[in-house]
Design a protein. Structure first.
Length: 384
């Protein structure tokens, strides 16, 4: 197949769609398909102009408007239309990430979406960008999304939780919504095998997440303080927030580490290697790729029993789950694993097996391609 891949940001670069774009491009090409990348994002003067027009004294609202208001949507959709006009005559299908723009004037070429959430699902959390919209802005954004979903030949989603939302909230026919999950944004060849745990290493909990408040950072600190009451030598390592200032006993913050920096990558590997448990009490998480990454590092996970997370972390098998914001319950789950290293190790090993089976980009793109090739067959025949 020849696929036009539309994304905010160049999908061949490592940071488009949180690093997902490049993984999909590389795996499509490895499977023998041609990919034409199309960047619909705003750059330079256009970005400054639109950003200025969307300005709000609330940073959260400013980001929400820039991501999902009518004007940015139209500008991105115009860029998508130009890519389609340039390449539409020679492609078999269009795949776009998310619904912050519309693939206009694609004619008979089928288009597909890859979505981690949608406006109706995201707003329920109170932590998604769309929660900062006014009622009128929110209604307009939902209707734009509905139009895009109605026209899509297929919608690939990160989880069954998201799939149900498309079917129940947007009335998309079930046969057009396909759960493919997501892969770990890691070069798996660079993930070392887990070594033996040194006897003198303190019990260590690891948290990775840049958006500290949304991902339950305050719950991390409250739960860990309770862990320290029972295990005074316990240690918490936090990676992600660039400017976090924490002076709590046993807590270390490493800031933001880039996977494309050799020095940062080594620090990240060392952090995973030193940890006994991965902790992720997020409040809103469309999927939770970081959990799959922790599983590749053979760590058991303690995480929120919400959103798609129970589809990633198998309760009692690869980790333990607890309700959102329940620091007492999270502390209990952490202590169960920190005080039983044999059980923790067994769960970590089961997690690695589960991740290899479900959460690789090869598996994800294989499901996409199988579905797209059948649905796009008439368009492909027309180009031959």
């Amino acid at each position: 197949m020849r696929i036009l891949l539309l994304s905010e940001g160049d999908p061949e670069k490592p940071f488009a769609f949180s690093g997902i774009g490049k993984n999909i491009v590389d795996n499509f090409r490895a499977a023998g398909h041609q990919v034409v990348p199309g960047d619909v994002d705003m750059h330079g003067l256009k970005r400054m102009l639109v950003g200025g027009l969307m300005w709000s004294p609330s940073r959260r609202r400013w980001i929400a408007k820039y991501r999902g208001a009518t004007l940015p949507f139209r500008v991105r959709s115009g860029a998508a239309r130009r890519h389609i006009a340039a390449h539409g005559g020679s492609v078999d299908a269009i795949l776009q990430f998310g619904a912050t723009f519309e693939p206009r004037e694609c004619g008979a070429i089928p288009y597909f979406l890859y979505c981690d959430s949608n406006k109706l699902l995201g707003k329920r959390s109170g932590h998604s960008p769309g929660a900062a919209f006014t009622p009128r802005e929110y209604e307009a954004a939902v209707e734009r999304e509905r139009r895009i979903y109605d026209g899509a030949r297929g919608i690939f989603v990160f989880s069954e939780r998201v799939r149900r939302s498309f079917i129940e909230d947007f009335d998309v026919p079930p046969e057009r919504v396909v759960t493919v999950f997501a892969g770990a944004n890691l070069d798996l060849s660079r993930v070392p095998p887990r070594g033996a745990r040194p006897a003198d290493r303190p019990p260590t909990v690891l948290f990775v997440g840049r958006e500290f408040e949304r991902k339950g950072g305050d719950t991390v600190l409250r739960a860990f303080a309770k862990v320290r009451e029972a295990l005074p030598t316990a240690r918490l390592v936090i990676i992600g927030p660039p400017d976090l200032k924490v002076r709590d006993p046993g807590v270390e913050s490493f800031g933001f580490l880039r996977k494309d920096s050799p020095a940062d990558w080594q620090r990240l590997i060392d952090a995973y290697a030193s940890a006994d448990v991965f902790f992720f009490p997020t409040r809103y998480e469309p999927f939770g790729i970081v959990l799959a990454e922790a599983m590749f590092f053979t760590l058991p996970c303690v995480a929120t029993d919400a959103w798609a997370i129970p589809e990633i972390v198998a309760e009692g098998e690869t980790g333990l789950l607890a309700p959102v914001d329940d620091a007492d319950a999270f502390a209990d789950r952490l202590l169960q694993l920190l005080t039983d290293p044999v059980r923790a190790r067994r769960m970590g090993e089961a997690g690695r097996v589960r991740a290899e089976r479900h959460f690789t980009w090869r598996a994800v793109t294989g499901k996409m391609l199988d579905w797209m090739q059948g649905a796009a067959a008439p368009a492909a025949a027309a180009h031959r």
